[in-house]
Each structure stands twice: as structure tokens, then as C-alpha cells.
Unconditional design. Sequence first.
Length: 134
Amino acid sequence: MSLTSILSAEAIENAVKDCQAPDSFCYKKFFQLCGLSSKTPKEVKDVFQILDEDNSGFIEESELKYFLQRFIPGARTLTEAETKSFISAADDDSDGRIGAEGQCLISLDRIFKTPDVRRNYLSGWIKSQWLSAS
Ligand SMILES: [Ca+2]
């Protein structure tokens, strides 16, 4: 699984180009430009898993720093200020990392989605939890 199997290479390039200057990274704009905002819950979770390089179930600060390089190898690293504001936007329990499960998945969703899509995603997520529990 690679990011370009979920997102178009052209959209990724546009998104990364848009935040080439240090401290110009805006995650909302980035997710819109690269097309992630319109992806299904499953695809969003696939992207999360790609970004979670060590499969810890969380995206840590060290992984976020290289966020843009996961999309395009030659891209810049995020600055400390960008990394911190990105994490604080998604980190509900303030443990300094973004998780993919439970409450954390919902907060990740808050970043990725518009409110209408978020509701559908939430109900889909709850269903998937029930299915996997039975
Ligand atoms: Ca990780």
C-alpha cells in the first residue's frame, strides 16, 4: 500500500508545493489539496497506517516531522511549530501523539473531514467496531 494508490500523484504534488515555505503548512488545506478530505473512512485509515511508520498505532511527533516526505521523498521536514500545532489539533488526550483507534480516530477525523462527512464516518466507525466485536 502506498499513498499514490489512494491519492493522485498530481494532487499530492500540488499539496506539497503549496506549503514549500517553512511554517506555511496548514493541515486542513493540505488534506483538501491532496484529496484526502473526500476519501472514505477506510481510505483515511489506510493513509493513517502508512504515516504510522513503526506501526505503533499512533503517529508520534517524530513521524509527523517527516510527514511531507511520506508524500514526496524530496519534500522538506515540518518545523517544530508546525509539528506541534498539527499534533495539538488532533491529540485529544494530550499525550503528544495521534492515535488511530477509539476517541483518537474520531479526533483524526475532525482534521480530515468536513462536519457532514464526519457524521457518516462516525456511524461507519461505530458499526465497524460492533462488527469486529461480534
Ligand atoms: Ca508510530
